[in-house]
Design a protein around this ligand. Structure first.
Ligand code: SF4
Length: 352
């Protein structure tokens, strides 16, 4: 592996970064207090694809409900998904729950202490395993989250998209080379903080960065084009019609979705692939009814757009429903089920 001329040696890089962090880094985040592998692991999973400010209240609720990995392992999946509602990427919550059960059963409640075993946990890849071992156990393990990719790509002026396999390999090699032998937990927190607060995606504040005189992207005026964006593919779009059956007392029918696929194990309205099939269903089951067709809106997943048309049917009283269905009461705080974000939004708009 060859490195561009002029980049800092490990010691200089980590010393500069730690000196900056000692003065400017974040040290009062909830998962930085009472640091255990369990708390750090939960925070790292929540922080994947999600901003710190969004995560904080979710993390605090999660810890208040499941203070230990054993509590999480003992929980019902619906309750875990309920506490995740609104945070998105629900496979994270399902994997968190499965991993807690594995830690409780296979490892007798103790988190793994080496990188390979840590990666046996569902939802834990090389970077998350490295972050947990580094932050909670001060091990010399590297990480490669979005912040680190951005800082190192700019620092080295790597113009290709960081997700390209050869670039990913190069970034890991540099990350491992720079990860210090001591104060590793602080270093890991520091590089994440630098990426989140200084080396920001759209407007890096190079004038206050500890690397302003060594960073190649800054010296060569390339910060706006590095890191390169992921090459765009046109996303396909799909359509769905959601039937919102609402009773006079405000309850609404929700069905539990299959354990695999989008919104797996979450609760959603009954769905149809056309307005015609929805109307046929209503006519067959409930006879002649008035339906209110709401404005369609788009929900975007990582791999496609979903155009949703909500259709409201008001009924006077409860009727037979599917085995996987519940009559959900949005006014009861103890309705502990996970809801997909668009479903939660629609429920909040239902008046009664
Ligand atoms: S000098 Fe600017 S671009 Fe380079 S690491 Fe610092 S903030 Fe990022």
């Amino acid at each position: 592996m060859s490195y561009p001329k002029g980049i800092l040696l490990r010691q200089s890089f980590s010393e500069k970064l730690l000196a900056w962090w000692d003065h400017h880094g974040r040290k009062d985040l909830p998962w930085q207090q009472n640091k255990t592998s369990y708390r750090v692991w939960v925070s790292e999973i929540m922080l994947q694809q999600t901003q710190v400010t969004t995560v904080i209240p979710y993390f605090e609720r999660f810890m208040a409900t499941f203070p230990s990995v054993q509590d999480l392992a003992n929980a019902q999946e619906d309750k875990v998904l309920h506490l995740w509602t609104g945070l998105g990427y629900y496979s994270r919550a399902r994997n968190l729950h499965k991993a807690a059960r594995l830690v409780a059963e296979k490892f007798e409640g103790n988190f793994p202490t080496d990188l390979d075993t840590m990666q046996e946990l569902p939802g834990v890849g090389r970077s998350t395993a490295g972050a947990v071992l580094s932050i909670s156990q001060d091990q010399q393990t590297a990480i490669m989250d979005g912040n680190v990719k951005r800082v190192l790509s700019r620092y080295l002026a790597i113009k290709d998209w960081p997700g390209t396999p050869s670039v990913t390999k190069q970034l890991w090699s540099v990350a491992e080379r720079y990860t210090p032998k001591t104060r590793n937990a602080d270093y890991t927190q520091a590089i994440m903080d630098l990426g989140a607060t200084v080396c920001k995606r759209s407007k890096p504040i190079c004038s206050i960065c500890p690397f302003q005189t060594d960073c190649k992207a800054n010296l060569e005026g390339l910060t706006q084009i590095i890191p390169a964006s992921k090459p765009k593919k046109d996303k396909p779009s799909k359509q769905t019609w959601m039937l919102m059956i609402q009773l006079a007392d405000g309850r609404t029918e929700l069905q539990k979705r299959p354990a695999t696929g989008i919104w797996a194990s979450l609760y959603s309205f009954p769905e149809f692939d056309s307005e015609e099939s929805l109307r046929d269903f209503v006519a067959t089951r409930y006879g002649d009814q008035t339906l209110q067709v709401w404005q369609s809106f788009r929900h975007t997943f990582s791999h496609y757009h979903l155009d949703i048309t909500p259709v409201l049917l008001r009924l006077d009283h409860e009727t037979i429903s599917e085995a996987n269905a519940i009559w959900y009461n949005p006014t009861l705080a103890d309705e502990e089920v996970g809801l997909a974000a668009p479903v939660k939004k629609l429920i909040s708009k239902l008046k009664f």
